[in-house]
Write a protein of this length. Sequence first.
Length: 130
Amino acid sequence: MKKHRVLLIYALAVLIMTVLVLWGRGLFNGTQSAAEVWGILSDGFLLPGVLMAGIGALSWISQEGLFDIFGYGWLTLVSHFDHTKERESYYDYKVRREEKRSGWLWQMLAVGLCCLALSAACVGGYYVCS
């Protein structure tokens, strides 16, 4: 049930972002043609889709350990100025990070990809109407 709750929270966040974009683009004024409405709907789903899918993808990449080298580089740089700590090898750092690593945000990636698919469908509607 917790995974479904997280999915609903992400969907609610997307809905709020979409409504804000639609409101900012003036969809609720009612003075647009059908093609303009499809274009505005596409914009409304694109922004939250890119944000959610991007954060979800970065979460997956981080969970795989791609960014560990940057953390190790930062700790090594700081250890040059702080001589109280003993430097650890990159292998020890990777093993320590693997133990602490948790799951990635697959729900956020799924919601973001759904928004991108809706945006693409709205682009199709735009081209059909124009």
